[in-house]
Ligand binder design. Sequence first.
Ligand SMILES: *Cc1c(COP(=O)(O)O)cnc(C)c1O
Length: 408
Amino acid sequence: MSPSNGVPFLDLVSPHRELEDELAGAVMSILRSAAFVGGSAVERFEEEYAAFCGVPHCVGVGSGTDALRFALTATGVGDGDVVVTVPNTFAATVEAIIQVGATPRFVDADPETFNMSSVALAQYLTEECDRTVNGLIDRRTQRPVRSIVPVHLYGQMCDMNAIMALAEEYGLRVVEDACQAHGSAYMSREGFWKRAGAVSAAAAFSFYPGKNLGACGEAGAVTTSDEKVAARARMLRDHGQSRKYHHQIVGYNGRLDGIQAAVLRVKLAHLERWNTARREAARRYDAWFTETDHVRVIAEPAWSRGVYHLYVVCVPYRNQLQDSLSDSGIGTGLHYPVPLHLQEAYAHLGYREGDFPVAEDQARKLLSLPMYPQLRAEQQERVAQAILDFFSKQSVRESAFFEMRTRP
Ligand SMILES: *Cc1c(COP(=O)(O)O)cnc(C)c1O
């Protein structure tokens, strides 16, 4: 098949071409004011992104990983604490936990949504921890459990009603990893839609170029309803100072660039429309895959409104299918092929294969299909048709193999 007939996994060129004049104007205004680090574009963006999430405070930082580190430290996580998260996430979630001095402990994913299982979380809190006068103690490490980091994977929100209820019951704080969830919402116990970043003590967003809201380089943000957490995050991003050369805490160089903030302001105005286009594209894929038993799509519960940062399916013969799609010029991705508890870098945490069966099974079967606002229905048809063709040939091969083996 000719490359012109192919479908790329990502398209980071079209959205920038669409907004070229506006983006160039925004960058030019920063060049003219020389507000390269901090400044009014950063402040405006922080106000606008806070409003988008429905939360009073947003602190612009250097990356999503910075945002995770600052959100954890600013909410009181530190040396010797335990933080509960999932093994099926991007490495930055666990990096940040370790870099603030804490120990990550994992709970498995839910088999339908692939997000943190509230059942597994409840099981961990009751069966692997002891309730003491000093709070909840993780039995394996003998360390206090401080926080939960649910990851809104692929842009679908975790079951926050259940997770927040468990956090309340056990006196834990929650920090959302919302790096893939710009605009995702869930139906809260209070009976209204609440957006990612507005639920927990603090949330971390990434504006890495490929995210639903992406900068033209590295950028991130912490959102919070707590003024003290916001003030602490502001100090942490700026060498621990709240006044120039007066350092109250040990901080980082983790500020948001003026040019990135200016770019993000232009793109934020289109995020709602882009997220809607992603949802529509997801429904078109869903419709194609209801016809086959080979392709399992990730469940979106009625209480969830996801923004499809990724559209992920679970399939048998995953690697063969990925190769076959690649031969047809169709780009795909794996998010993520090796769960974090089985990574060399985290071997010291002492987990082994078999500890998280859902995450491990998912890692073998998942495949991310092309997904972006500019994806056209006919491109999706090509992707879906190529997948359905693969399985119709595969099942012919399987039945031939089956006949061969069962023939007397
Ligand atoms: C992208 C991402 C991060 C890290 O964000 P950066 O901006 O690349 O530092 C963290 N967690 C998850 C789940 C992500 O997808």
